[in-house]
Design a protein around this ligand. Structure first.
Ligand SMILES: [Zn+2]
Length: 142
């Protein structure tokens, strides 16, 4: 028998059957992929935030721009190719349900860059535009 299973694993490539990068207990295919592919829209601000984190992880800049409010959206987005997104902690959320027009999500996004582990904290604001949740901006840190 070959020892295939002991081969070193290549890091970070997300496949449809991978655990979703956003940290929910579902595969990428059943979690954030339908949002990225435009087959569905995130039902809550938190799901949108998670799907945007996943979009960073899979390098989907089109999705990031498309889910950015037109008033704050940058003209373009260059992702750091050496950055590996390693996990997401949702720390809190307000509003953001199907019954709200606004919501906030507080999170810490973990990554490694050139082998150095680090994380980024943000308290983000989201609004519903034409029925779809979009990212507005970050609240100033307290
Ligand atoms: Zn997901």
């Amino acid at each position: 028998m070959s020892k295939q299973k002991n081969k070193p694993r290549r890091p970070a490539a997300v496949t449809p059957a991978s655990p979703c990068p956003c940290g929910r207990a579902e595969t990428y295919r059943d979690c954030c992929a339908p949002f990225h592919q435009g087959h569905a829209t995130a039902p809550t601000a938190e799901r949108l935030m998670r799907s945007r984190y996943s979009a960073f992880a899979v390098g989907d800049t089109g999705y990031l721009l498309r889910t950015w409010h037109p008033t704050t959206r940058p003209a373009g987005l260059d992702l750091e190719p050496a950055q590996r997104w390693t996990g997401l902690d949702i720390l809190g959320a307000t509003g953001g349900s199907a019954f709200h027009a606004e919501g906030t999500v507080e999170f810490r996004a973990h990554y490694s860059l050139h082998g150095q582990a680090d994380s980024q904290y943000e308290h983000s604001r989201f609004v519903r535009e034409g029925g779809q949740w979009v990212y507005l901006d970050a609240l100033p840190s307290a």
